[in-house]
Design a protein around this ligand. Structure first.
Ligand code: SF4
Length: 176
């Protein structure tokens, strides 16, 4: 039986998902062992139950991210923080030195050229501060890097598929 794997995306730039795609032809070998059950690379609308491994890109920035990661955690056996935004907050957390209101004012009023005004619907409410994933839910594996390299992601996944928790300390570093 194939291992059920999902990927998901919170406050991130998609670079970590691009790094997943950078595994190139190795994706075909992984596809023999993995069933991709959810993520931006699928058209599945609802995060499924009984997921073995979920790779999470991005930090927890808004109420939608918070609700989503709690839902994902409840349905996932091994949750992996993929990339510096998930692991530390990284780029999105640069806003933490400002108040939420001043950030919204800057983005939607001061920097806007059209339709100035802070939206009151359709845009999820920002949390007061950006948080790394593990400060909201339990994380089982941390994969630093901005983004982590395809080699590191491949190593981590193949180890997990073999039932081992990978040791990435000598393979990863923050920011690269
Ligand atoms: Fe983008 Fe880097 Fe954050 Fe990944 S860790 S989502 S590549 S900014």
């Amino acid at each position: 039986m194939k291992t059920r794997v999902a990927t998901t995306w919170l406050g991130g730039c998609s670079g970590c998902h691009m790094s997943i795609l950078d595994m190139d032809e190795r994706l075909f070998n992984l596809a023999d062992k993995i069933e991709l059950v959810y993520g931006p690379l699928t058209d599945v609308k609802e995060f499924p139950e009984n997921v073995d491994i979920t790779l999470v890109e991005g930090s927890v920035d808004n109420v939608d991210n918070e609700e989503k990661i709690c839902h994902v955690r409840g349905r996932t056996k091994i949750l992996v923080s993929l990339g510096d935004c998930a692991v530390t907050g990284n780029v999105p957390s640069m806003r933490n030195q400002f108040t939420k209101d001043s950030v919204l004012q800057r983005a939607y009023v001061e920097q806007a050229t059209l339709d100035k005004g802070i939206p009151d619907r359709m845009v999820p409410l920002l949390l007061p501060v950006v948080r790394p994933v593990h400060s909201v839910v339990k994380v089982d594996l941390f994969v630093p890097g901005c983004p982590p390299s395809a080699d590191v992601i491949h190593f981590a996944l193949t180890e997990l598929l073999e039932g081992r928790m990978p040791n990435l300390t000598s393979l990863t570093r923050f920011g690269k």
